[in-house]
Structures are given as structure tokens and as C-alpha cells.
Ligand binder design. Structure first.
Ligand code: KIV
Ligand code: ZN
Length: 512
């Protein structure tokens, strides 16, 4: 019988630490529901000690999910553990996740604590967490760079104190697969009570080895993998859920384990994460990248037509990628739209479907065929992005070879209409200057990119911007058949995200 690997998703906690990836509570709730549909076993919903906003989001997620275990992160101290418990206590299956660094470099320079003090803090934290729930995870931060025997000693003590999961993080993405496999083997054979807990791993991707290290650890006996969707996370990110799950499934002959993930929900979940966070998935990303199943070379195409397995080791349908794209036109009805949105992974309320339907009809008047990418852009703008302060009412620009580009823009700010005009050295500059003037924003445009969502000259243009104001960085996205409107929408979306960040800064355990 194959043993099951527990999939612990930390997209909402470690994933949110990606620069610019902050999500509001509504977005987090929607994503949490999708992660439950995907079948993750444990969902790390946040770090409640960071802020009231984090505590509130984790509490709402905990109250909402029915099957999935919900956990919250806490440093090894009583106030953090109190807040973590306050946030998850209403979950159907709550877990407290407490951690402390165990490498000499972290203990000496960051914590300024001796090994004995760290050991005691870990024991006290686990015992305290255990007073609230039986389900306690202990993580040894920077575990892969810690002294092996100290690591085994602290795991043994944590299990003795009541930890039901002990987690080995490769916090700085330093490990190499053989070495990591060897470390897991060492821990299993030198921690006398390891059979009383689940051994977990949590890898970062600084050397591009997070998935390889996670799989190596699983081969050695780890039974929980901590992952994020699309591999998002601090710096180069975390281990990607889709890579680990599909490697286990595709190489079932080599890896004697299984997961409970509903793989057909992988692609919709990946799209949702990208839409909500604004972080694009690189086209060549394994499993979920736009090119992951695209065969360019003639020789490959020929082989795939004769038998897909010649060059395809996985079927696109397995990850929920439909090969036949439904094309909707202006005569398509609400029912067809709702069914199709469902197939794309968007389970919308009646009110949300009505909103999308209205926008879809508007687009279908301008564009003959509305395809999946168009629908996703509509859903993102109309439904997924909630609680906007600034909204675009209209924009108008004059530009050309002989006139000074000028824009006039009308916005609503918290429902109050404002309008104004300004010049620029191009139409986008003119629109951005006007929006900045109207909103009083001093945001600096760090990056601007535009691409066509589909082929054809009537395609929607999708603009992504990266903005910075007072050290805060936010991404913004906008799509429209008119690229100046798409640019305005992206800028406004970025400004809304900056506003949200001003009141809900993303705090990491290290930044507190
Ligand atoms: O990378 C890390 O060490 C972490 C821990 C808090 C589990 O995210
Ligand atoms: Zn991490």
C-alpha cells in the first residue's frame, strides 16, 4: 500500500511574502476555498501575530473550511501562540505551527540565544500550544544549516513535549538533493521518538532545487511536503505544489507514495493565484506554464499526433487544462457562460455571474469571439478584485505625431467622482500623470509590460505594472481591447493595492 504524503499549502502565508503579492481578506477567502477544492490536507492561512488584518483573515478562513486542516504560524512565544490559537480555534480541524531557528548563525546573530535556551523555548512553545490543541507542528528554522545532532535533539524534545509534526525547513534554499536526502535519513535514524510524529520538509528555491530537495526528502521518509501554488514565496519562492504532486503521480513507479490532490483543480488554482496576486506564471514553468504542453518543433507535433505519449509524459486534462477552448459569441447565453466559468474553475454567485455576463456582452459587441483568456480578465477585474478605493470611470487621450499627448480622466474615489486633465510625453504618460494628480499618488512606476491576451488584432491588451511608494511595492493588472484603457486600469489596480498595503503591510516573522 502506498503511503500518503500530506500536502501542506502555505500560499497564503509564505506565498504572500513574495514581493508585491499581498492579498486582501476577500481574495484570501476565495483562494482558501479553491485550495480546499484542490484537496490540500493542511492550509497555512497566515501569521496572525503580524497584524489585526492577518488575524481576521485567518479566523475567517478557519471558520469557512470544512474538510481542510487550517493552521497559523507563531514564533515560539506565548503572545504569538495565543493569537494563532485565537485565529484557528473555530476551524473544523485546527493546528498551531510554532517555530524557532536552530542554526548557529541564526541563534548567535538573530536570536542571540544559546542552544540550551533555544531548546527550552521550543519545548515551552510546544507545551503551551498543546494546551490549546493536540495538533501541533514544530519547525526548526534554517534546519538544513543546523548542527545535525542538535536538530535531532530539538526534534526529540519537541515530540516529547507533544508535537505531532516536526518540520525541517531549508529556509535559505541552500540544500542539494543528495545532501538533503541524507539529512532526512540521519534525522529518522537519530531521533528516537520520530515514529510518534510526521516528519515534514519545507524548501525554498534559491538554487532552483526546492522540488528536487522535497522529492529527495520524501524518498528518505518525509511524509509532509510544505508547498505553494506556482512556487510563489519569498525571494525565489517555495517548492511548487503542482511540481511535487505531478512528479509523484507521473513517476508512481519510482516514488512509492501518493497524494490526495484532485489534480484537475491544479490549473484553475494556478490561474486564480496568478490573477489574485498579479504574479504572472513564466511561460516555461513546469506543469502550469503557458508552454508546458505546447509542442513547437515539427517532429514533436508529428509524434504527438500519432501518439501523445511520444512526447507528453502527462495529459493536459489531468491538471485541468482543457485542450478544446470554448468560444463564446454575442449570442451566447447566461447559462453557457456560467457553465463555462465553472469549467474554468470559477464558482461564482448569481450576482457575480450577472456582473461577468454584462461585461462579457460589452466585450462581445467589440470582439467577435470571446475566449477563456478574455473571460478570465473579466472575472479578475469584475469579481476577484474587491474593495477598490479608486475606480476608472472613463479616460480619453489625444495623441499622434503632431500633437502634445493629452489625457482627460474621470475617476471615482471611494464613490466620489473626480476629473482632470494633464499632458505627457506619450498617451500613457499623460494618463498616468492625470491619475497621479487626481489621486495625489507619488507612486513610482518601476516596471510596465504589455501583451496581447490572444492572437488577432482585436485581442485584449493585458498590462502589468509594478509600483513603489514609500518602500511599499505593489503589482497592478488591467485588460481591455483599448491598450491605453488597459494601462489606466493596471495603474489604478496597482494604486489600490498600494493603499491596501499602507493599512495592511505584509509582515514576516523576521520583520516584526
Ligand atoms: O522558511 C522557513 O523556515 C519558514 C518557517 C517559518 C517554516 O517559512
Ligand atoms: Zn519558508
Amino acid at each position: 500500500m502506498k503511503q500518503q504524503i500530506i500536502i501542506f499549502d502555505t500560499t497564503l502565508r509564505d506565498g504572500e511574502q513574495s514581493p508585491g503579492a499581498s492579498m486582501n481578506t476577500g481574495e484570501k477567502l476565495r483562494l482558501a476555498r479553491q485550495l480546499e477544492k484542490l484537496g490540500v490536507d493542511v492550509l497555512e492561512a497566515g501569521f496572525p501575530a503580524a497584524s489585526e488584518g492577518d488575524l481576521d483573515a485567518v479566523s475567517k478562513i478557519a471558520a469557512k473550511l470544512e474538510k481542510t486542516e487550517v493552521t497559523a504560524l507563531a514564533r515560539a512565544n506565548k503572545p504569538d501562540i495565543d493569537r494563532a490559537w485565537q485565529a484557528v480555534r473555530h476551524a473544523a480541524k485546527p493546528r498551531i505551527h510554532t517555530f524557532i531557528a536552530t542554526s548557529d548563525i541564526h541563534m548567535d546573530y538573530k536570536l542571540k540565544m544559546t542552544r540550551q535556551e533555544v531548546l527550552q523555548a521550543a519545548i515551552d512553545a510546544v507545551k503551551y500550544a498543546k494546551s490549546f490543541t493536540d495538533n501541533v507542528e514544530f519547525s526548526a528554522e534554517d534546519g538544513s544549516r543546523s548542527d545535525r545532532d542538535f536538530l535531532c535533539k530539538i526534534f526529540e524534545a519537541a515530540i516529547e513535549a507533544g508535537a505531532t509534526t516536526v518540520n525541517l525547513p531549508d529556509t535559505v534554499g541552500y540544500a542539494i538533493p543528495h545532501e538533503f536526502e541524507d539529512l532526512v535519513t540521519y534525522i529518522i535514524s537519530h531521533t528516537p521518538n520520530i515514529d510518534k510524529a510526521v516528519l515534514s520538509v519545507h524548501c525554498h528555491n534559491d538554487l532552483g532545487l526546492a522540488t528536487a530537495n522535497t522529492l529527495a526528502a520524501i524518498r528518505a521518509g518525509a511524509r509532509q511536503a510544505e508547498v505553494t501554488i506556482n512556487g510563489i514565496g519569498e525571494r525565489a519562492g517555495n517548492t511548487s505544489l503542482e511540481e511535487v504532486v505531478m512528479a509523484i503521480r507521473t513517476r508512481a513507479n519510482y516514488l512509492p507514495v501518493k497524494t490526495a490532490i484532485n489534480t484537475e483543480q491544479i490549473y484553475p488554482t494556478s490561474r486564480l493565484v496568478s490573477m489574485i496576486t498579479g504574479i504572472m506564471v513564466q511561460p516555461n514553468k513546469a506543469i502550469v506554464g503557458a508552454n508546458a504542453f505546447a509542442h513547437e518543433a515539427g517532429i514533436h507535433q508529428d509524434g504527438v499526433l500519432k501518439n501523445p505519449m511520444t512526447y507528453e509524459i502527462m495529459k493536459p486534462e489531468t491538471i485541468g487544462l482543457s485542450t478544446s477552448k470554448l468560444i463564446l459569441g454575442k449570442h451566447s447565453g447566461r447559462h453557457a457562460l456560467r457553465t463555462h466559468l465553472k469549467n474554468l474553475g470559477y464558482d461564482l454567485s448569481d450576482e457575480e455571474v450577472n456582473l461577468v455576463f454584462k461585461k462579457f456582452k460589452e466585450l462581445a459587441d467589440k470582439k467577435k469571439h470571446v475566449v477563456d483568456e478574455d473571460l478570465e480578465a473579466i472575472v479578475t477585474e469584475g469579481v476577484l478584485r474587491t474593495a477598490d478605493i479608486f475606480r476608472l470611470e472613463y479616460q480619453h487621450v489625444t495623441s499622434g505625431t503632431t500633437v502634445l499627448p493629452m489625457a482627460s480622466v474621470k475617476l471615482s474615489i471611494n464613490g466620489r467622482p473626480v476629473q482632470g486633465a494633464d499632458y505627457g510625453n506619450g498617451p500613457i504618460d499623460a494618463v498616468y500623470n492625470t491619475i497621479s494628480k487626481l489621486t495625489g499618488s507619488r507612486a513610482e512606476l518601476l516596471r510596465f509590460s504589455i501583451s496581447a491576451l490572444t492572437g488577432g488584432t482585436d485581442a485584449m491588451g493585458e498590462v502589468t505594472v509594478r509600483l513603489r511608494e514609500n518602500g511599499l511595492v505593489a503589482l497592478g493588472k488591467g485588460a481591455d481591447p483599448d491598450i491605453i484603457t488597459a494601462s489606466a486600469k493596471a495603474f489604478i489596480n496597482g494604486l489600490n493595492r498600494l493603499e491596501y498595503l499602507k493599512t495592511h503591510p505584509v509582515q514576516t516573522p523576521e520583520s516584526l
